[in-house]
Write a protein that binds this ligand. Structure first.
Ligand code: PHE
Length: 358
């Protein structure tokens, strides 16, 4: 009995002084392995008398439990120590300045978003946001697209699985839901832009399943179609950094605006390049119109008192035109050669006085 206790204490000491996981594993094998000290002692139980076994059995089992627990505890301590040492060694000083050879570039989409914000910011717009995962209400119903409306089919919507309560969330197909969210939050007059990601099940040279739009919304008591046209014309001149841009306002239809128009920019595709303002091609960059009274109502705004205009622009399309990028799909391939070619220096923040793109 005392012998077992003394042996067990020795073995426990060995466990506690194991200095790493390898040492601990050797101790475990020497104690509890097939030929381990304790295992051998337990094998001896069979040859004992019933009397002896009654005493030795529980003593040996107790020692075994104690040692097993001690080994597990020691293993945990050693692993925690090893992790702390590794964390200390691999620590990164994020306050160090970037090394020139590993400096990244700003993606053309980020660059264009900054440019768009600089231009509209100068016209008095503030930036609003909404979630990428939207409810059917904000993406469609509140925008005067009730269930069964044919416009829903045209949106190629990505839907989530139905929730237990029957609701189906979706990936927003445009930034227009931010119109409703902004009207709910802020009393008119309202002047916001909302840049962000949008999603449609579509893919070719000028469409990708995820793309970017910037929504614009102006609500006051007098805003009219002429203001809309002036605002967008000024924007295009500032954005493309030219005195004249070939623009075409085409009558169109959106359930959430009345009247509605689409705007194309003159361009030419040749030799793997896209050139703005030349040639006879047109690239559609935005939809716009006067906000429909029903949409104002859904946003909690009295349509007898207030009116306004809205537009939704394709940010990636703007980037393609301005920077001569022929294929939209390349934007999201994460090809470093492409990023280095079309990317922007991180510290050239676009501003009107400082220049948009240098
Ligand atoms: N949401 C429309 C689209 O994605 C664009 C749009 C926005 C049209 C605002 C009119 C007013 O096609």
């Amino acid at each position: 009995m005392t012998d077992i206790e003394a042996r067990a204490r020795e073995m426990l000491n060995a466990v506690h002084s194991a200095s790493d996981m390898n040492a601990l594993e050797s101790v475990r094998i020497s104690v509890l392995g097939k030929k381990g000290v304790l295992t051998e002692m337990m094998k001896g139980l069979g040859a004992m008398s019933a009397e002896e076994r009654k005493i030795m059995g529980p003593a040996l089992n107790g020692a075994k439990d104690q040692l097993t627990a001690a080994i597990a505890a020691r293993a945990q301590t050693l692993q925690a120590q090893a992790l702390n040492i590794r964390l200390a060694q691999e620590r990164i000083d994020i306050s160090l300045p970037a090394r020139p050879e590993i400096r990244g570039a700003i993606h053309p989409v980020s660059q264009v978003i900054d440019e768009v914000i600089a231009i509209f910011g100068d016209m008095g717009f503030s930036v609003a946001e909404g979630p990428d995962i939207e409810s059917d209400f904000y993406n469609f119903t509140a925008l005067n697209i009730p269930p069964e409306h044919p416009a829903r089919q045209m949106h190629d919507t990505f839907y989530f699985n139905e929730k237990p309560d029957g609701e189906r969330l979706l990936l927003r197909t445009h930034t227009s839901p931010v119109q409703i969210r902004s009207m709910e939050k802020t009393k008119p007059p309202l002047r916001i832009i909302a840049p962000g990601r949008t999603y449609r099940c579509d893919s070719d040279m000028t469409h990708t399943p995820m793309f970017h739009q910037v929504e614009g919304l102006v609500i006051d008591e007098t805003a009219h179609m002429g203001h809309l046209k002036g605002c967008l014309t000024e924007f295009c001149k500032a954005f493309f950094e030219v005195d004249n841009v070939r623009m075409r306002f085409r009558p169109s239809h959106f359930p959430f605006t009345e009247p509605s128009a689409e705007v194309d920019i003159g361009c030419r595709r040749s030799g793997g390049e896209l050139r703005i303002g030349e040639g006879e091609d047109w690239l559609e960059i935005l939809g716009c119109g006067m906000v429909h009274p029903k949409v104002l109502q859904h946003g909690g705004i009295d349509p007898d008192k207030y009116q306004g205009f809205a537009f939704g622009m394709g940010i990636d399309r703007l980037a393609m035109l301005k920077y001569g990028i022929p294929d939209l799909r390349d934007f999201f391939e994460a090809d470093l050669r492409w990023l280095r070619h079309y990317g922007f220096a991180a510290l050239d923040i676009p501003s009107l006085p400082g220049g948009l793109s240098r």
